[in-house]
Design a protein around this ligand. Structure first.
Ligand code: SF4
Length: 405
């Protein structure tokens, strides 16, 4: 397969490269099989789902829409709604904006020196007003930074501006699963120049053979995490320090004896340490698959065949003579979210939230409620913003919008 990034940094990885300049060189030295590992490899089902949604948005056809299923159809409908919502929102502040705009889909843009590139999911260019807008669709469950914190968008804004000689570029993230499904940031001429200079400097910095490896939250999505001395060293240090600084009765760390600041620091490191250990586990598995004796003291258990029922309706059809419907229902697991998707697909004239309310009213006592304990969450207001911090516009568009796909 040809590498359309031509071995150069791309917008999608630039946030990580910005925070860890040495990661670009390290990733280039990876074995081919590891080069594309990262977030996608952690969630292969969603990679397929995301690709199908992106493919539809690029070149929509009825057949592709049907093949997406209710979840995918909901996703691409939301992509389109929020895209139109964004364009309308921008045009409401800049009269005449995009009335004659040209739409570009899935285009790879390069900077003038061809030292970095970025793939825009969709971009609109209004040459007469020297105005552009670029958007990135996110279909996954892992939520990404809003537009004003997002480095990928910063790169795409610079690239769109330089490719079309634009003075103002709006850049947005469309992530329908988020509580803020659409966030937009505005880059004016000065912001674009500053961001372009910063990227030029970064391109010089990454060529340095001694460019630093700097572990951080960005390691979670780094393809080099199984090979990285900095992350590995930090992970080992975490284990060693945890065991020696605060030994409990059995020599292990006693979390209760740690101060809140120490706990907060360990939580940060533990996230990257877990990413490193996951990568090590994957590496050990692939080595053992290739050579069962390659890792001392470890072996792979044999593959087991897993049976499941993919078509519940078909299963019921063949078993209904010998099993009561109630008994069959007890063996089925019905998830409310999937049922809501099906209900919404069957009643497309209503909004998703109207259908959700109606379905829950219908189901009434069939719904049982329980409490799930809260999970740990980083406080986003303590994450520093990228310089400069342009004005962010947020909207939750649920109104029907003209379909201009
Ligand atoms: S694992 Fe982390 S520290 Fe190592 S290269 Fe990747 S981003 Fe940098």
């Amino acid at each position: 397969m040809t590498d359309e990034r031509q071995g150069r940094p791309s917008a999608s990885s630039m946030g990580r490269v910005f925070q860890c300049p040495g990661s670009w060189r390290l990733c280039r030295q990876l074995p081919v099989a590891d080069k594309d590992s990262g977030v996608a490899a952690d969630d292969p089902d969603y990679l397929v789902f995301g690709n199908a949604c992106h493919d539809y948005m690029d070149r929509p056809t009825d057949a592709k829409y049907q093949a997406l299923g209710s979840e995918g159809q909901w996703m691409v409908d939301k992509f389109s709604d929020h895209f139109r919502g964004a364009i309308n929102l921008i045009a409401s502040g800049i009269p005449g904006a995009f009335e004659k705009g040209g739409i570009h889909k899935e285009i790879r843009l390069w900077n003038p020196d061809r030292t970095y590139s970025g793939q825009a999911d969709i971009a609109v260019v209004d040459q007469a007003l020297s105005l552009g807008a670029v958007f990135d669709y996110k279909s996954g469950r892992a939520l990404v930074d809003n537009a004003d914190q997002n480095y990928q968008l910063r790169v795409l804004a610079v690239l769109l501006a330089s490719n079309h000689s634009l003075k103002t570029v709006f850049a947005g993230i469309i992530q329908p699963r988020s509580a803020t499904p659409l966030t937009i940031v505005r880059y004016d001429e000065g912001d674009l120049q500053e961001a372009a200079s910063e990227l030029d400097e970064l391109m010089l910095a990454i060529e340095d053979p001694n460019a630093p490896l700097i572990p951080g939250d960005h390691c979670v999505f780094c393809p080099a995490k199984a090979h990285c001395p900095a992350l590995g060293g930090e992970s080992v240090a975490l284990v060693v320090d945890s065991g020696s600084v605060h030994p409990g009765s059995d020599g292990a760390m006693e979390a209760v004896s740690l101060q809140p600041e120490q706990l907060a620091a360990i939580m940060l490191m533990a996230k990257r340490g877990r990413a490193f250990l996951d990568a090590v586990e994957e590496r050990v598995k692939s080595m053992l698959r290739a050579d069962p004796g390659s890792v001392p003291g470890w072996e792979l258990s044999p593959d087991t065949e897993v049976s499941s029922i993919g078509d519940a309706a078909k299963a019921y059809e063949v078993i209904s003579d010998v099993l009561e419907p109630e008994a069959f229902a007890r063996a089925c697991k019905v998830t409310l979210s999937k049922l809501e998707d099906e209900f919404h697909a069957a009643h497309p004239d209503h909004t998703k939230s109207e259908n959700k309310k109606a379905l829950r009213a219908l189901l009434g006592p069939a719904i049982t409620k329980s409490t799930r304990s809260g999970s740990l969450k980083r406080k986003t207001d303590e994450i520093p913003a990228l310089p400069p911090t342009p004005v962010a516009i947020e909207t939750k568009s649920e109104e029907p919008l003209p379909d201009l796909r």
